[in-house]
Design a protein around this ligand. Structure first.
Ligand code: HEC
Ligand code: HEC
Length: 316
């Protein structure tokens, strides 16, 4: 009975999804723009701030400490460490292509990047500063005084300006021209293994939740839809936002772009490899134990989702 309901749910989800896509696209995944729009001058300041520990109380942590571009804009630790080595409470998601997520954070508590950026700066476990401390520090820096003046034409740098530049930098963090995007644009072919992996991804139903421009990032879904996944209220899930029981273990579906680079996986960092993440997903979210061969094919497909580093990270 239980399973039937779940199955019904997933098929309804699939159908709704198919119907909503039928009209304008034959593929459920859309390529990233090759030249994302953003304000270059602001983004260049945001870039400096992103890597600058000036924004943390102990001057040891920058955004890049937990969103490391050598690890796909994420953190290879299970949970990140903030000021004074304080442990965070959830795995750090990637900032790459985050602008295409319909909400920010695992539980979607920020509506967009602008709303999100205040979070880590003020979070006592992350950078742990107040607005006043931040603006004081930035206004005391000759370097930032000069940089902000060229863009905002003022000697008084406000918190809104600081956030504005960080957001413009994040908007530049787009990774175009992955093998898969080039395949979607008809420029190249996938290998037979990758192609079969993509077919499996669609046929098994992965695509019901992982679709669109970010191959995820556009809905909230439960981990453990078919087979329950361990629950702990230590993680900020949708339940922590809505207080509704059915929102326990519900998270924003993560993007699968650059997924080969961002281990470990899942909100609790429990899946150490891509293979493990695929096994968890197919068992807990679709109710299948799939063969090693299928897993390998899906993995080959997922590896085609790694894009080029954003242009803004290349010009040093
Ligand atoms: C101490 C580690 C740490 C630092 C420092 C940090 N972050 Fe994060 N970041 C995280 C974690 C952990 C999450 C997920 C939190 C959650 O969902 O509850 C996150 C989430 C995000 C997200 C949301 C991504 C998504 O898909 O939901 C963005 C964007 C982001 N951070 C940008 C930044 C920026 C910009 C800075 C610097 C101002 C920064 N982070 C500093 C650890 C960190
Ligand atoms: C019912 C919706 C749903 C389906 C179906 C689904 N996923 Fe997911 N996927 C999610 C959610 C939600 C998460 C985040 C779960 C968490 O971390 O607790 C996730 C996480 C992942 C992750 C880890 C991402 C990261 O950054 O940590 C991978 C990889 C993944 N899914 C691949 C797949 C594959 C492959 C399939 C098909 C076998 C699949 N998913 C089917 C909703 C779904």
């Amino acid at each position: 009975m239980h399973l039937k309901l779940q199955q019904y749910l997933i098929y309804t989800l699939y159908l709704t999804f198919l119907l909503s896509h039928l009209s304008y696209a034959k593929e459920p995944i859309v390529p990233l723009p090759q030249k994302p729009d953003y304000n270059e001058a602001k983004a260049q300041i945001g870039k400096q701030l992103f890597f600058d520990p000036i924004l943390s109380r102990d001057r040891n942590i920058s955004c890049a400490s937990c969103h490391n571009f050598s690890y796909g804009g994420a953190d290879k630790r299970t949970v990140s460490l903030g000021v004074d080595n304080r442990k965070g409470n959830i795995q750090s998601p990637t900032v790459l292509n985050a602008r295409f997520n319909f909400r920010q954070f695992w539980n979607g508590r920020a509506i967009d990047l602008l709303d999100q950026a205040h979070g880590p700066l003020l979070n006592p476990k992350e950078m742990a500063l107040s607005k006043e401390e931040i603006t004081q520090r930035i206004n005391a820096s000759q370097k930032y005084k000069k940089l902000f003046k060229t863009v905002y034409h003022t000697d008084n740098i406000t918190m809104d300006m600081v956030i504005d530049t960080i957001v413009e930098f994040e908007k530049a963090l787009v990774t175009p021209n992955s093998k898969f995007d080039r395949y979607l644009r008809g420029e190249i072919a996938l290998s037979p293994k990758e192609q079969e992996g993509y077919l499996n991804f669609k046929e098994l139903g992965c695509v019901t939740c992982h679709n669109g421009i970010n191959i995820g990032g556009n809905s909230f879904q439960k981990i453990g839809l078919f087979n329950p996944y361990p629950y702990s209220d230590a993680f900020p899930d949708r339940y922590s936002v809505t207080g509704k029981d059915y929102d326990k273990n519900v998270f924003k579906v993560p993007t699968l772009r650059n997924i080969a680079l961002t281990a470990p996986y899942l909100h609790d960092g429990a899946a150490k490899s891509l293979k493990e993440a695929i096994i968890v997903m197919s068992f807990h979210n679709l109710g299948y134990r799939i063969s090693d061969e299928k897993i390998a094919k899906i993995e080959a497909f997922l590896k085609t989702l790694t894009g080029e580093p954003p242009a803004i990270l290349m010009d040093n």
